[in-house]
Write a protein that binds this ligand. Structure first.
Ligand code: SAM
Length: 361
């Protein structure tokens, strides 16, 4: 049994022909009424997946320290637009703000903007922030100009990707079409070689690749703002750096893997993020990507964990150790999740990164 949105997508395909996987994702996640990210409460134990800020307060606290340090390095601009893309339950920002209350002048300078398309998550973000004033937007473009500090954790993986397969004909795009019953969605290869072939690396037959035009467009918008008004962006996501990484698009419902095409609107869809492509799209100097484990350790997560453990009971200490292992363990989030900073190459490398900007630009 499909969903109402599944029937709408099938009708569109019946009328106009197969659509790209990116178009399918855009509908499944972003349809104004029925899209998954318009109404679902995806993050947390009752949702479809858990994210780093929900695992431990240490994550948001260290992000707060990073942002405050960058604000000081920028010469304490006032106001500074503090922007988060896709804030989920608002946990990262709440932890970041709590951790930076003591930085003289920082909170007075902050003008907080949250970019979020999900009304129910907006309500949770409002609750998490308490009496901190914030403005919500559907797009980064709507945030007022001015020096900016931006953070995006697991935002880019929710943006649509096109998928390609290398065949004996060359690179061909994977499309979403219909089975013979005229209702059930199925994957099919486009008939001709894709015009994207020129930007896809050479690879043997059977190789698969993904391109996120939406992700590159957001990265370009971040870069344009930073170039014009100054500031820094910190982007974290699970992903890879360039090349034909394969087909990573996955579907999750109720913390379980699901079929990508089944129950659109009720299923989370996400794809690994090409952080090198994002870095290039910013057109700005970038730092990293480094693994989340390395980044958090450079920022002092071990010391923070010790401090928290010294105030906790036996069960609390065990929970902190377990959270630490999830956040930094190479077999957990420590390596797969990558951290990229975008900013000013004249500056020394920001905290958390090895010296010198990357040469991605
Ligand atoms: C995977 S969740 C991550 C949430 C949060 N950053 C965290 O780490 O818990 C993705 C977030 O981006 C939001 N989102 C997804 N697509 C969006 C879009 N096109 N524009 C704005 N927000 C979007 C979702 O509603 C959600 O808040």
């Amino acid at each position: 049994m499909t969903t109402e949105l599944g029937r709408l997508i099938a009708r569109r395909i019946a009328l106009t022909g197969p659509i790209s996987i990116a178009d399918f994702m855009a509908e499944a996640l972003g349809h104004p009424h029925l899209g998954y990210y318009r109404h679902a409460l995806p993050v947390g134990a009752a949702g479809d997946f858990t994210t780093a800020p929900e695992i431990s307060q240490m994550f948001g606290e260290l992000f707060g320290a990073w942002l405050a340090e960058r604000w000081l390095a920028m010469g304490r601009p006032r106001p500074v637009r503090l922007v988060e893309l896709g804030p989920g339950r608002g946990t990262l920002m709440a932890d970041a703000l709590r951790a930076t209350r003591g930085i003289a002048g920082f909170h007075a300078a902050i003008d907080l903007h949250l970019v979020e398309i999900n009304d129910r998550l907006q309500a949770l973000q409002r609750m998490a922030l308490g009496d901190v004033a914030a403005t919500w937007h559907a797009r980064l473009e709507d945030v007022p100009t001015g020096p900016m500090l931006l953070v995006a954790n697991e935002f880019f993986d929710a943006l649509p990707v096109r998928q390609f397969e290398k065949t004996s004909r060359g690179w061909v795009e994977r499309m979403v079409g219909l089975q013979d019953d005229g209702e059930t969605l199925r994957l099919a290869l486009a008939p001709g070689v894709t015009p994207y072939a020129s930007v896809l690396a050479d690879a043997p037959a059977g190789a698969q690749a993904e391109i996120s035009e939406a992700g590159r467009a957001v990265a370009a918008a971040i870069g344009a703002r930073l170039r014009r008004d100054g500031g820094w962006a910190l982007i974290v996501d699970y992903g890879y750096e360039g090349g034909t990484h394969g087909a990573s698009l996955q579907a999750v419902r109720g913390h379980r893997r699901a079929n990508v095409l089944e129950r659109p609107g009720e299923t989370d869809l996400s794809a690994h993020v090409d952080l090198q492509a994002l870095a290039q799209a910013t057109g700005m100097p970038t730092f990293g990507p480094v693994g989340q484990g390395e980044f958090l350790q450079r920022l002092g997560i071990m010391q923070r964990a010790e401090t928290l453990k010294s105030r906790a009971g036996e069960a609390g200490r065990r929970a902190i150790d377990a959270a630490l292992a999830r956040l930094i363990g190479p077999d957990q989030m420590g390596t797969l999740f990558r951290v990229l900073a975008v900013g000013d190459s004249r500056s020394a490398a920001p905290a958390g990164f090895p010296d010198g900007p990357s040469d991605a630009t």
